[in-house]
Design a protein around this ligand. Structure first.
Ligand SMILES: [Fe+2]
Ligand SMILES: [Fe+2]
Length: 289
């Protein structure tokens, strides 16, 4: 079984009505005009989409942040792109997505359930969500996103963590466990720590919950726009993989950061993790996560 995971797509809209700026969106749009639009290139989307299709995945996942400031127009663009991808890739097991903090950027966007309105057919109304891929692979979706006045933090809270614990306990031995959540559970040693106010407020409680289960878990996330694969020292049973941002360009990734692939053997054995990356000429190659 091959699973493709796309990370922070961050579709955006530069033109907004003045009344749409009476919120945290003023900060987001200022950052978009001054900085983000120079690095995020929506024009790369068709190449990303076509490469996902070429990989013939059995399932397609997104770890959230489809939008930039949760504008209705951004959701329309992101939904159209995702629907087009799913229709053309025809993943036999389906498509599953979770929201990112940018998809609940303002209190109004969260109250109006704009994310659910756009992605309802591929997401859940209740968290944790549990989807079965094939006969023995369990995909658990988490949603710690919530609008904040000034920062980008998220929080799962005790009820969602308790349900996650119960969920992990109920999965039969030998079955595989994948968790899809926007926020990381820490950063690899060689990278700087996440800035205060940017991460999951209850990261330690989540790591404890994952470690307590003592089950092999592949934890799939995004949020920090840099791909990696890492095991947190406090949860040696967990492999955390960051999907990266496919349309974010920079010196290391001049054509975007590509996407993540998981290969799940039918007959047991380790889950394979690799990446598909475009090189500076735009052709794609396999890379380590
Ligand atoms: Fe993001
Ligand atoms: Fe994010």
């Amino acid at each position: 079984m091959r699973i493709v995971v796309l990370g922070d797509l961050h579709f955006y809209q530069l033109a907004v009505w003045p009344w749409q700026l009476c919120s945290k969106r003023l900060l987001g749009q200022t950052n978009l005009w001054l900085n983000r639009r120079r690095h995020f290139k929506p024009a790369l989307w068709p190449a990303v989409r076509d490469q996902v299709i070429a990989r013939a995945p059995d399932a397609v996942l997104c770890s959230g942040d489809f939008t930039t400031t949760a504008l209705p127009g951004e959701f329309r663009t992101a939904r159209a792109a995702w629907a087009d991808l799913v229709e053309k890739a025809k993943p036999s097991l389906g498509s599953f997505v979770v929201p990112g903090n940018h998809d609940r950027y303002t209190y109004t966007s969260a109250r109006k359930h704009l994310f659910e309105g756009a992605f309802g057919q591929w997401t859940s109304q209740e968290w944790p969500a549990q989807w079965i891929l094939g006969s023995q692979t369990h995909l658990i979706g988490l949603d710690p996103t919530r609008p904040n006045r000034f920062n980008a933090s998220g929080k799962l809270g005790t009820p969602q963590l308790s349900k996650l614990r119960a969920c992990l306990n109920e999965i039969p031995a030998g079955h595989r466990i994948l968790i899809l959540c926007h926020y990381p559970i820490g950063t690899p040693e060689e990278l700087p720590d996440e800035a205060p106010g940017h991460g999951l407020q209850d990261t330690n409680a989540l790591i404890d919950t994952l470690a307590e289960s003592e089950r092999p878990i592949t934890y799939i996330h995004g949020h920090i726009h840099w791909p990696w694969k890492w095991t947190p020292p406090r949860a040696p049973n967990v492999i955390a993989v960051n999907a990266g941002a496919p349309m974010l360009t920079g010196s290391r990734y001049p054509q975007g950061q590509g996407f993540l692939e998981l290969e799940i053997p039918e007959t047991g054995g380790e889950i394979g993790t690799s990446r598909q990356e475009p090189n500076d000429k735009g052709s794609w190659q396999a890379a380590s996560p």
